[in-house]
Design a protein around this ligand. Sequence first.
Ligand SMILES: *Cc1c(COP(=O)(O)O)cnc(C)c1O
Length: 511
Amino acid sequence: MVESFARKSDERKMKTDIAETGHLRSLLSKVGESLDQFVKFEHPDAFQTKQQWLNKLDISLPQKGIGLEAVTEELCMSVIPNGSPVGNPGFSSFITTGATTASTLATTAASIASPQRYLGTAFNFLEELSLQWMAEMFDIAHMKGVYSSGGSVANLIALGGARQYAFEKVGCDPAADGVDRASSIYASKECHHTIQRSGGVLGIGRRAIKPIECDQQGRMKIDALLAAIEKDQQAGILPIAIVANAGTTNTGAIDPLLEIGKIANDKGIWFHVDGAYGLPGILDERIKSLYQGLQYADSVIVDPHKWLGASVGVAATFVRDRDYLLRAFTQEPADYLEGSASQSEIDQLGADQIDTPSAKIEHSLDDFGIPYFDYGVELSAPCRGVVVWAMLKEIGVEGMRARVIRHNDMAQYISDFAHQHPNLEVLSEPTLSICCFRYIDSSIKGLDLFNQRLHRRLVRENQFMPSTTKVNGKLALRPCFVGARHEQFQVDGLLESIIKIGSELIQEMKH
Ligand SMILES: *Cc1c(COP(=O)(O)O)cnc(C)c1O
């Protein structure tokens, strides 16, 4: 029997349709070497011109495979070196960043050792443990979480819970029966547009999101919020949620959470806090008080793939009561899932009859574990908890705090520098790790266009890559520091480059 098994496995090796086993160590080390080279970012935007790598990659559907070694080779030679600048320490556009090494290792491990987040595995256990760790770290320890792919889905899940709560109060089950009356979600004009999309997906409509005016600092105006709620109340429109930002994407503004939270609480309206970017700011003691009001939240989201340095695809929604999510997102029972992993029910059926020793040994298939697949919109999903667990094990809360403070200091440094420099103007004082400012000079006619040009040239130099945005109608340069690999010399370099390019452009205008 042993012999025939050995022969079978020899035959198997000849077949290309059976996945190979046993080469991960050598192949991963090749990929690792290529990635180590990549994260030095010593190269231009891509190693090769776009035409060069396109020529290699843009081929027709392969009928015959080239084998694993050759695929690894192409991955290392043609794909990785022509990847994205998002992880570059000089990159400060958007609010995305490169994965830290701990996160990369955990993501890779999960893809092999636990390709699903359910069942009674160590990975499923870390899913819940890491959610609890984050809740504790962010002062919302009374809340329970669920992971999803990003802030977009995390907001959708939170607002699905809000919709369930609001409609159940008037005797409807919106998830089962649909929605048949007008409703509103109140969110500031600076809110992320995934809030509007959530309205669309949840069947209450994008237009049900009522945009509330902000002050000059981009924070929701309380009187405008109260007026909007009042107006809807008179029209008999059902309030679903008030959404507040703990760090807007544009400028990092934090809405007056305490006041908004109290209003939501008084009126019995679900209070959602979008902290996709800014929730980790609570670790910085200097601004911690801005987060007062979180205690009123019914739901809070955070994107570990932003400030915490997780590989992309990791967001978390926290809620007071996961049962709302369960009722909002449960699938109807499916035969192929029901009963396929439920030892406890079998045990109850005939505990006296089954008396073999093996019945006492636990198997990971005995139990689905916590049914995250019923708390959101994904069934098959990667394990993300292990990523957050690995990052927190690596540097602890203290490490995360130091990183957040370092990034906030960088934004403040830019603001201080700009205030003192005759050619720089701060357009929005930093609250978190974003500073919005621009280049000015009395000889410049159109400042918006000038700063746009300056930005283009800056980005093309490939050293420092902030984004731009509009602040109170003015075009701003907008560095946002969330990358675990940013260092102070990149901040100095950014400022030097902006001043240099600004004066060059002025010289060019004169000729
Ligand atoms: C980034 C962001 C989102 C969307 O998150 P994704 O992970 O990109 O889907 C939502 N809200 C805020 C405030 C954000 O900054």
